[in-house]
Design a protein around this ligand. Structure first.
Ligand code: 5GP
Length: 357
């Protein structure tokens, strides 16, 4: 495992509240149980369950939503998630989260975002860069003369539209993302329970996002829904997540349009959407050199980490150290951050490659 931990990695598909530490999740659940907000004994089995169907996963997300929709808790989770990714040598993290409103505690989508931002600012144990560079700015996180021996990580944000939301709510998220570009928001994600919602509800907000220069990543093909998969591919998002329940025509469109795929192995296996790792579509995409990136999805919920995902792929598909490294390095091309970040990461991966001989 040591090699996969030490290798620099790029994480492009991580949901903030799904990446919550196990220990933090249990602590929050117990605390709300003691306050009488939830019945701990009734929810304990949902938290502790190992394999969950898609439906059960979203039951757990509803519980996590109750636990985490609080400014101070969001700040803490954000800090911990960044520390956790940096500790396993993730050098670039695109973290996604759904801004939520909670009138009972005076939370708006804007104040939700501020709490996340506060989490980014409050990281002290590692060097974090989340403010985008000016055009002329040449400061880099990984330059050899940076002088720091601490872990270093770029963090950029995607704001998620939840499939339960209305067009207006989706539009509010996109407008917030635009206002917050200066704080490292680079794009929009569409996620949430794939069993609910309709593509046409989100389309106006996604089109608006694109026209305003935001990147778009879509959760696509988590359940068999051929029409929606087609509509999503026609939209030509900059990346898609999962791509599981594709039919022949979808693969053809995907391959010809070269839309990169964010692959979440453990998540797909644990939610039983892919039968076994041996038949996972990663291998077909990888072998045909389709752009792919390994990701965690929800490291807390699925008890994984990015190093583990690379190790799983290496073991299942026979990737050597060099191939794993190249897979990780190729992900730099797929990031949504500005040119300087890409250049800095490219140089950094090149310098690590030289030490590998
Ligand atoms: P949050 O956006 O609250 O920070 O992160 C958790 C949320 O991400 C979940 O409530 C859900 O909306 C979304 N999410 C996490 N994992 C998945 C997944 O595998 N598929 C989909 N469609 N949505 C997910």
């Amino acid at each position: 495992m040591e090699w996969w931990v030490s290798m620099p990695k790029v994480e492009l598909h991580a949901h903030l509240n799904g990446s919550i530490r196990d220990s933090t999740l249990l602590e929050l659940t117990k605390a709300l149980g003691e306050k009488g907000v939830i019945n701990f004994s009734q929810v304990e089995h949902i938290i502790m369950k190992y394999n969950r169907s898609v439906k059960e996963v979203f039951q757990l997300f509803d519980l996590i939503r109750i636990l985490t929709t609080d400014h101070a808790i969001l700040t803490r989770i954000t800090r911990e998630v960044i520390e956790d990714f940096a500790s396993e040598n993730v050098v670039y993290l695109e973290l996604r989260t759904t801004p939520k409103r909670n009138d009972a505690i005076g939370m708006t989508k804007g104040s939700y975002f501020e709490a996340v931002l506060e989490g980014l600012r409050s990281v002290t144990s590692v060097d974090v860069n989340f403010i985008p560079h000016d055009k002329e700015d040449s400061r880099t996180l990984f330059s050899p003369n940076n002088g720091s021996s601490r872990k270093r990580i770029y963090v950029r944000l995607l704001l998620s539209i939840d499939r339960r939301e209305t067009t207006e709510a989706a539009m509010e998220t996109v407008k917030l993302a635009l206002e917050m570009k200066q704080f490292g928001v680079v794009g929009i994600d569409l996620s949430g329970n794939p069993l609910v919602g309709d593509w046409n509800t989100y389309l106006p907000a996604l089109k608006f996002a694109r026209n305003q220069g935001l990147y778009v990543s879509l959760h696509c093909g988590e359940i068999p829904n051929p029409k929606e998969i087609h509509q999503m591919l026609d939209f030509k998002p900059e990346r898609i997540g999962h791509a599981i329940c594709f039919e022949k025509e979808h693969w053809e469109i995907l391959k010809s349009s070269k839309i990169p795929v964010e692959i979440c192995l453990t998540s797909n296996i644990r939610t039983l959407t892919v039968r076994s790792i041996q038949v996972h579509h990663f291998v077909g995409l990888y072998k045909t050199k389709h752009p792919v990136v390994l990701c965690t999805d929800d490291s807390g919920v699925f008890s994984t980490c990015l190093s583990k995902e690379y190790k799983i792929a290496a073991d299942a598909f026979g990737l050597g150290k060099r191939e794993s490294f190249e897979l990780s390095r190729n992900a730099v091309e797929l990031i949504f951050a500005e040119r300087q970040v890409k250049e800095d990461l490219t140089k950094y991966f090149d310098s690590v490659a030289k030490t590998m001989g």
